[in-house]
Design a protein around this ligand. Structure first.
Ligand code: NDP
Ligand code: 2IT
Length: 446
């Protein structure tokens, strides 16, 4: 459609250096032409132009002192992408690769993901090119304090509510919240999510993204009259999302046979998740330690998806963006894999996604399958507002219902728009984008 093509070309010209952002916009816009075909009046309302332009971007300097007394300066970001459904909501990523393009792609994806959760949250993302690896606790604390010294004036429980993402877990959220509280002189627990359980955090938030991925996967398996039991599963990453995806998969008798980190991967028919947790969550070391500590399994340097000859049914990439290109997608197909579900944000590039669709591999984009993390963050906000905590079972049940509902929204879009039976890409994009557009139109022309 001409309107979409023009909007896309405009973004490609204007944001020419923002590779990841353009990739994310392309994936979404190429899915939603039916919405614009049915609603030609949207064109002179500038709907796409508004969808792809963040409401606000804040970029700031983050100076901090290391343990030797040397001052470092990092770059901090917060992209407040779209607030039409509620306070901007999305994680903070501390990783040396962070730049404006990555912040904008993550913020853009977050808008539609958050819409799908049905919770009252807009979309945003933030972070810094700070590398927490090898830094002491005190260095991380000083960095977090400095980061919050600027960020605090832009956030609030009804304004913008950050949480964790890569490199930011409950420890960092604790330091950030402590500093926010001191700077503002108020408690305002709902300003951040992913907090510790002792001061306003929600049960299940830590596990939520991974658990949610498996709840979504279970819905797909039901559709094809299968269950997770005995399915051979590979999971890339061994951080927050990967670990709790593996935990829930095992609970359903799934057979997790491989995991990875930024340096290498392990293959083990008797994969011991407790050892992975010990290495990654407690020791904060590399998976190369795994065979020695567990007494079994193999460790290899490189990418899990370059490994040839391994047979599996389901792949769940939970590491980082663009981990899988067409070459790796072909390896995944050659491994007899039938289903790819994204735990990470945009771990597959657009060529890989097209390849899966050509080959009949069922593929689910992260904005549908990994929405359980942010959904549970929204449940944390609800509990903070009520000044009351739900039990583990109560939160877990709400999370499961939300994931089932997102799957149902996909099925409804597949039916309403006569999409391919398993086109979860178009379905999730149409469902998410429609919710945002409807609210934008209702709220007027800004
Ligand atoms: P973590 O920092 O906890 O874990 C990241 C994992 O990815 C680590 O195992 C890390 O290895 C690995 N990794 C990092 N860079 C690379 C790379 N270049 N190649 C291969 N592996 C790499 O992050 P999360 O688990 O929180 O996030 C993972 C993904 O899930 C991200 O895309 C994030 O945006 C997304 N996500 C996170 C949510 C959350 O609630 N945390 C919610 C929804 C999505 P190493 O240990 O060696 O650094
Ligand atoms: O990508 C994501 O959805 C997250 N990192 C979770 C964000 C949140 O606000 O919990």
């Amino acid at each position: 459609m001409e309107y979409i093509k023009e909007a896309l070309n405009h973004i490609k010209e204007k944001d020419v250096n923002e590779k990841e952002f353009i990739q994310a916009v392309e994936e979404v816009l190429n899915s939603v032409d039916v919405i614009f075909a049915q609603n030609p009046q949207y064109q002179n309302k500038g709907i796409i132009e508004r969808l792809v332009e963040p409401e606000r971007i804040i970029q700031f300097r983050v100076p901090w002192e290391d343990d030797q007394g040397k001052i470092h300066v990092n770059r901090g970001f917060r992209v407040q992408f779209n607030g039409v459904l509620g306070p901007y909501k999305g994680g903070l990523r501390f990783n040396p690769t962070v730049n404006l393009s990555i912040m904008k792609f993550l913020g853009f994806e977050q808008v539609f993901k958050n819409a799908l959760t049905g919770m009252p949250i807009g979309g945003g993302k933030g972070g810094s090119d700070f590398d927490p690896k090898g830094r002491s606790d005190n260095e991380i604390k000083r960095f977090c304090n400095s980061f919050m010294t600027e960020l605090y004036r832009h956030i609030g429980p009804d304004i913008d509510v950050p949480a964790g993402d890569m490199g930011v877990g409950s420890k960092e959220i604790g330091y950030l919240y402590g500093h926010y509280r001191r700077l503002r002189g108020t408690s305002e627990r709902g300003v951040l999510t992913g907090k510790g359980l002792g001061y306003g955090g929600s049960l299940v938030r830590k596990e939520a993204t991974g658990y949610g991925v498996i709840y979504f996967l279970n819905e797909i398996l039901k559709r094809i009259n299968k269950s997770l039991s005995k399915q051979r599963i590979v999971i890339s990453g061994s951080g927050n999302v990967a670990i709790y995806t593996a935990e829930k998969a095992k609970e359903y008798d799934g057979h997790v046979i491989a995991m990875s980190d930024s340096k290498g991967y392990i293959i083990d028919e008797q994969l011991d998740l407790d050892v992975v947790k010990l290495i990654k969550e407690v020791k904060r070391e590399g998976l190369s330690l795994y065979p020695q500590i567990s007494g079994h399994g193999e460790y290899y340097v490189g990418s899990l998806y370059d490994h040839l000859g391994l047979k599996y049914d389901i792949a769940i990439p939970c590491a980082t963006q663009n981990e899988i290109d067409i070459k790796r997608a072909k390896n995944i197909y050659d491994s007899s894999c039938k289903i790819v579900v994204e735990g990470a944000n945009m771990p597959n590039d657009n060529d890989a996604i097209m390849y899966y669709q050509e080959k009949g591999i069922i593929f689910v984009p992260g904005k549908a399958s990994n929405a359980g993390g942010v959904a549970t963050s929204a449940l944390e906000m609800s509990q903070n507002s009520m000044r009351y905590n739900w039990t583990f079972t109560e939160v877990d049940e709400k999370l499961r219902t939300i994931m089932q509902d997102i799957h149902q929204q996909c099925l409804m879009a597949i039916e309403a728009y006569k999409l391919n039976e398993y086109d979860y890409v178009k379905a999730a994009n149409i469902a998410g984008v429609s919710l945002v557009i409807n609210a934008m139109i209702s709220q007027g022309d800004y």
